[in-house]
Ligand binder design. Structure first.
Ligand code: TYM
Length: 331
């Protein structure tokens, strides 16, 4: 079974990314052939600083390595190193419905936030994402809840392509965790935790100092009640329950039972301490690994070479099926 996921090398990665996606990437290494990609081409769809992008690639690469990605047990690379992603993106455009792209929630949110230019790249973002996944004939895509619609779209693209040109692609399944698929902002628990849209105080970064984590959790917005249980009108507490369950690898019900009658103070303190302890080893490991950029480049280059060997094969099939590019007689 092949697993693929991508992560943006932008901003600082937060607890939502960590719980919703990164822990699943690490687990994926034991479950199948895992391929993980830092999507620098996607990062160009909104205004960015080119020199800063390179730095962010190193930051994000180091975060993933610190979290437990092992370049010997997965293929770990930078999207822009493997040109086949861009080529397949264009070819998949022929089987992508304009109307579907127009319906993407993420496009609506992100385009609404742009001040100068809504780039065509932003509109095309999901097609490039489909190319990332389909290029590796992927079976499973670990992501958080916010990517569900993009996965549905790439399934449609794969099916339409296979129907029109022959069975080339696997139709991928989303793997969305039961607990922690949508971690919410601690200050605005009706919005998801996010680097671009969230609040600074409500966003826990993977690299936050333990004291900062404790402070943010302790000042998390809750309701005026006292009961530690999930409910529609208790978005803040529900989010903290979900976070603690994910950190403990437990069910949210167990967390609720464990804090029955204890009030919000003790509960928040436990969440604060446990999240801080959960992230501390990643932060420490990050500090050890980040400075050796030559080593990071070496890891990514080797990953790109391995990724390319799969991508090139898929593109031979795709070009042949679509009748584009040079004729290959000996295939
Ligand atoms: P990115 O970098 O924005 O997000 C990386 C992963 O983190 C998940 N996530 C969350 N999970 C739980 N709670 C949250 N608050 C939260 N916020 C983010 C996201 O669902 C994602 O899994 N479009 C992708 C990047 C991408 C990709 C791909 C993913 C490009 N190509 C191919 C899968 C397959 C993204 O938004 O990354």
């Amino acid at each position: 079974m092949r697993i693929f996921s991508g992560i943006q090398p932008t901003g600082r990665k937060h607890l939502g990314n960590y719980i919703g996606a990164i822990t699943q990437y690490v687990a994926g290494q034991d479950r199948g052939e895992a391929v993980y990609c830092l999507v620098d081409l996607h990062a160009t769809t909104v205004p960015y600083d080119p020199a800063g992008l390179r730095e962010s690639v190193y930051d994000t690469a180091t975060t993933l390595l610190a979290a437990g990605l092992d370049p010997d047990r997965c293929i770990f690379f930078r999207q822009g190193d493997v040109q086949e992603h861009a080529e397949l993106c264009w070819l998949l455009a022929s089987v992508t419905a304009f109307g579907d792209l127009n319906r993407m929630h993420q496009f609506k949110e992100k385009s609404g936030a742009q001040r100068d230019l809504v780039s065509a790249g932003l509109f095309f973002y999901p097609v490039l994402q489909a190319a990332d996944v389909l290029l590796y004939k992927t079976n499973e895509v670990p992501v958080g809840e916010d990517q569900r619609q993009h996965i549905e779209l790439m399934r449609d693209i794969a099916e339409r392509f296979n129907g029109r040109y022959g069975e080339i692609f696997s139709v991928p399944e989303a793997r969305i965790p039961e607990v922690g698929a949508k971690i919410m902002d601690l200050q605005y628990p009706d919005s998801k935790m996010s680097t671009t849209g969230g609040s600074e105080q409500g966003t826990i970064y993977v690299l936050d100092e333990p004291e900062a984590v404790v402070k943010k959790v302790r000042s998390a917005v809750t309701d005026s009640g006292t009961e530690v249980r999930r409910a529609r009108d208790k978005a803040g507490v529900s989010n903290l329950i979900e976070i603690l369950a994910a950190v403990r690898g437990a069910e949210p019900e167990e967390v609720e039972r464990g804090f029955d009658g204890s009030g919000y103070g003790a509960f928040k303190q436990a969440v604060a301490d446990e999240v801080a302890a959960y992230l501390a080893p990643v932060r420490e490991r990050y500090a050890e690994l980040r400075s050796d950029e030559a080593e990071l480049e070496r890891i990514l280059a080797r990953g790109a070479e391995r990724a390319r060997s799969i991508a090139v094969e898929t593109m031979l099939d795709v070009r042949r099926a679509m009748g584009v590019g040079p004729v290959r007689v000996s295939q």
